[in-house]
Design a protein. Structure first.
Lengths: 446, 482
């Protein structure tokens, strides 16, 4: 089957849910949706013959008949999810099975700050969305972004007025309930931080084991002049979940953007972060951690476009692979001709714990300016026998020593998460279950 | 630093020094490629039927393939029917018996290039198998090598005299199905070098071949095959310069290396084909497939390349590390000035246990040159204890050029240690200032800094080549700072 036919079939598969869920008013939105779906059909369903998808085989997805998700009950949700929800007392928007749940959401926010469901904003003040929605994410080039643009039914809108400061982090919660059917949702987020505003935004994705779901998320973020935005994304979906996501960030001059990505769940999960540094003297920091076990496939990609002079970017991505897991990292730094005095640093490390795990790493530098300092480093390795020996020689049992070393590897990234409640939640997820069931987190060494 | 910029501009705009057109009587067939042409080439060379059939299979495969587009290169489509696939200098029947019988024009051409073909026999050290266009014109030192059982001859001669060896190894490392340009080469290759080192023999001299494209519109499709039997050693040098041409010339070579147990092959290249003029007119398209296989345990293959010329370079010398404890190395300096484009790098495929590989790549971009490093380090399931270290550094001279890195790392064994580092920078003003302050001309300062940048690679070259490589860079850097 060619990519186009596969794309057609996939779309037809989803077509059943199109008519009754997709709003096509106002008219600009209808046109946009039509164009995006047309684009998806032309681009076709990705295959491993395409460079961008070489290591991530989605053909499994084609054989599944996804059905529209109905708003589910909120019970039976992961307790970790609620723990994090309660630990972050600020504004939040909760989507359950892709549907907005006003009863679980808190949309009251500080002065000059809007936090709401995308549908409500579309109904009440579509003028806020028209100049921004789908203006940033590459729906013309990326099949899943096109699909989201065409089919998104719900999402989140966050706007920070110029100079506004949101003290409590904003939490965007995406939950899948347990169900017997395969379901799909295309959540869309638009985050606008106007000049000199400041906020932290946490997106978390949760699911339940044994239920097949596809999350196809797109988040568009604009960081205005001098604004400071911290964005964290935690993905802990169920073991049968597909997660495809694109986070598109446009930074204006002197703005600062920090991203944390933590991927622990899902069967096949892919996250793309594209940063465009479109003003002078921007700073951006990307941190990422994934831990893949079982037959999980995790694909984390970043692209930083240095389009203007004197910007700095720093990136640290780490992956832990166990059992039969597969990890993919693709990090591109693109320095445009105008972007002199660029300072870009990228580090990628993978820790392979089993002889059945696989990792594919592709750090890329594309540089068209000469007055730059760009470096990247990538390593793939196992637990160092010397470090292990050191711990063993001090009387620490092998299993525990191993856990300590894995924890140390992960903590390099986790420790950079500034939001304490989120950091604690990640630490707990990492140490729960078969994971690192020890107490280094609490500092309780035996 | 206006003067520095001026120098860099001059550097980038250097005229090609080796561009002259030697008039050699040559035998040429009309342009175009079909089965008839392949049969004609095979017949002209008096090849056995199996080779002719192999060429035809390659041609049929090639006709079904599409030209690859994944490389970071931009060039107009190549019309493969406009290329002349065979051109050989005419020589008296039976071929030259000694250097004195060579066509004087060929001799003159080599003299202009400064290869002391005649001298070398006297001065010793290097045996040259010179390839002008397609046919091998002269092979020296054969007798001395023959005493040790080493076979070093043109590919055609090897087909005639060592047919079994050729048949056994031809296409065993780079099958004709490998890629578009390898398939094309397999169908139409005209000549090249063949080298066989018997077990336990340490080849006492650097073997060398000199390629030069001469006749107009002639593609150069040479094929090199080196076999190192257990415990043997050989160091092989390949150097290229090509005369100035307006049309783009296609060069699609294949090099295959086979290293058996504990054998070592060192393969060094200095490539200085015509890079095209300032506006990107003319220049050689260099699409080369080079691959070695470490078949036996503890065998070792090392590639060293200095890529200075060609309008387009598409080249990934690779090593398949199949034998346990085998070692692969890749050292590269690639310089792109004017509108040159290079997409070059290596592949290290770790299959055996405790295999090691090292990659050191230095890219220098100037003018409007675009320089890409593309590399693959693949560690397969069985490759216990594999180790790789990669380093690729880029130096940018000027604000119109680009430097890109595309390293792929694929690991399927947890005991593997793979490290990759890359950096991109330009020559620091402070570095130039430091040299200037000590009385060095700005130009010499740039030279010194560039040479220092490439030092790790030059160190791997045999002495004669290291000197030539440094000279080549110096020539290209001439007048690049003021």
């Amino acid at each position: 089957m060619g990519t186009q036919q596969a794309g057609d079939a996939f779309l037809r598969n989803l077509d059943g849910l199109r008519g009754h869920t997709v709003a096509s008013r106002p008219s600009w939105l209808g046109e946009l949706r039509g164009a995006a779906l047309g684009r998806f059909t032309r681009l076709g369903f990705p295959t491993t013959r395409q460079e961008e998808w070489r290591f991530t085989d989605l053909s499994r997805m084609l054989s599944i008949r996804f059905e529209p998700a109905c708003g589910g009950a909120s019970d039976g949700l992961a307790s970790e999810a609620w723990a994090l929800v309660h630990a972050l007392p600020g504004p939040r928007v909760v989507l359950v099975d892709g549907h907005f749940r006003a009863d679980l959401s808190v949309t009251a926010a500080g002065r000059g700050i809007v936090v709401d469901s995308l549908c409500r904003v579309l109904r009440d003040s579509p003028g806020l969305l028209a100049p921004h929605l789908a203006h940033y994410a590459p729906w013309r080039e990326h099949p899943f972004v096109a699909l989201n643009t065409g089919l998104a039914t719900e999402g989140v809108f966050v706007q920070l007025a110029a100079g506004a400061v949101q003290e409590e982090p904003v939490h965007l919660v995406h939950l899948w309930t347990a169900a017997g059917k395969a379901r799909v949702a295309h959540p869309r987020a638009l985050i606008l931080a106007e000049p000199n505003s400041r906020a932290a935004i946490v997106e978390s994705y949760w699911g339940s084991h044994g239920s097949v779901s596809l999350t196809n998320a797109v988040t568009e973020i604009v960081v205005g002049r001098g604004a400071v935005l911290e964005h964290a994304k935690l993905q802990e979906e169920g073991d049968e979940a597909f997660h495809m996501a694109t986070v598109q960030v446009h930074q204006q001059s002197r703005s600062s953007f920090t991203s944390h990505v933590v991927f622990l769940g899902g069967s096949l999960a892919r996250n793309e972060i594209n940063i465009r540094l479109e003003g002078r003297r921007c700073r951006c920091t990307l941190n990422g951690l994934y831990w893949a076990r079982g037959r999980q496939h995790m694909d984390l990609r970043t692209r930083i476009d240095h389009a203007q002079p004197a910007c700095a970017s720093e990136e640290l991505y780490k992956g832990i692979l166990d059992e039969r897991a597969r990890g993919v990292f693709n990090g591109k730094i693109y320095v445009h001709r105008a972007a002199q005095q660029t300072d870009a640093k990228q580090t990628n490390r993978a820790l392979v714990l089993s002889d059945q795990a696989r990792v594919n790493t592709k750090p890329q530098l594309e540089i068209f300016a000469d007055d730059v300092r760009c470096t990247h480093g990538a390593t793939v390795g196992q637990i160092e026998p010397e470090a292990m020996f050191y711990l063993r020689s001090r009387g620490i049992a092998e299993r525990r020593a191993r856990q300590l070393l894995i924890w140390a590897f992960a903590n390099d990234v986790v420790g950079r998460i500034g939001l304490a409640p989120l950091r604690t939640a990640v630490e707990q997820l990492l140490t729960a279950g078969d994971g690192l069931s020890v107490g280094p987190v609490a500092g309780r060494l035996p | 630093m206006a003067s520095q910029e001026a120098t860099i501009r001059e550097f980038a705009e250097q005229e090609y020094r080796w561009g002259f057109d030697s008039r050699i009587d040559s035998e040429t067939i009309p342009p175009g490629l079909d089965e008839g042409v392949v049969r004609l080439i095979s017949a002209k060379k008096g090849e056995p039927d199996w080779l002719c059939q192999w060429r035809l299979r390659a041609l049929r495969h090639w006709q079904r393939m599409r030209e690859p587009t994944w490389a970071n290169l931009r060039y107009p489509p190549i019309d493969y029917q406009q290329i002349v696939y065979y051109s050989a200098p005419k020589s008296p029947a039976g071929g030259p018996q000694s250097l004195d019988e060579l066509d004087p024009a060929v001799r003159q051409m080599f003299d202009k290039l400064g290869i002391p073909l005649a001298e070398q026999e006297r001065l010793a050290g290097v045996a040259v198998d010179a390839v002008v266009d397609s046919a091998s014109v002269a092979t020296s030192f054969q007798k001395q090598l023959a005493k040790l059982g080493i076979i070093f001859c043109s590919f055609s001669e090897a087909v005639r005299r060592h047919s079994e060896l050729v048949r056994r190894y031809l296409g065993s490392v780079v099958p004709y199905t490998d890629n578009y340009f390898a398939a094309l080469n397999s169908a139409v290759f005209s000549d090249g070098s063949f080298c066989y080192i018997p077990p336990g023999v340490h080849c006492p001299m650097e073997l060398s071949t000199y390629f030069r494209i001469n006749a107009r519109n002639t593609g150069q499709f040479e094929r090199t095959l080196i076999i190192a039997e257990p415990g043997s050693y050989v160091s092989y040098l390949e150097g290229c310069t090509a005369p100035m041409r307006d049309e783009h010339q296609l060069h699609a070579a294949v090099v295959e290396l086979v290293a058996h147990e504990e054998a070592q092959i060192r393969y060094a290249t200095v490539q200085n084909w015509y890079p095209g003029d300032r506006e990107g007119r003319g220049g050689v398209y260099n699409f080369v497939t080079k691959r070695g296989i470490c078949r036996g345990a503890r065998s070792r293959i090392s590639w060293t390349q200095v890529e200075v010329g060609s309008a387009i370079t598409w080249k990934y010398p690779s090593v398949i590390l199949r034998g346990d404890g085998s070692v692969g190395e890749f050292y590269s300096v690639a310089l792109t000035g004017r509108r040159q484009q290079a997409d070059t790098g290596t592949k290290m495929i770790h299959i055996g246990r405790n295999t090691r590989s090292t990659i050191v790549s230095k890219g220098i971009s100037a003018g409007r040159g675009q320089n890409s490093y593309r590399g693959l380090v693949k560690v397969q399931r069985a490759a216990e204890g594999a180790r790789n270290y990669s380093q690729c550094d880029s130096l940018l001279l000027g604000d119109q050029c680009g430097a890109h890195t595309f390293p792929y790392i694929e690991v399927a064994n947890p005991t593997a240690q793979v490290e990759h580092e890359a950096s991109t920078s330009r020559i620091g003003e402070d570095q130039i200032f430091y040299c200037r302050q000590r009385g060095l001309a700005a130009e010499d300062a740039v030279n010194l800094i560039v040479n220092g940048f490439c030092k790790e690679v030059f160190r791997e070259l045999p002495m004669e080549f290291a000197v030539e490589a440094q000279k080549l860079l110096a020539v290209n850097l001439e007048g690049s700072v003021g």
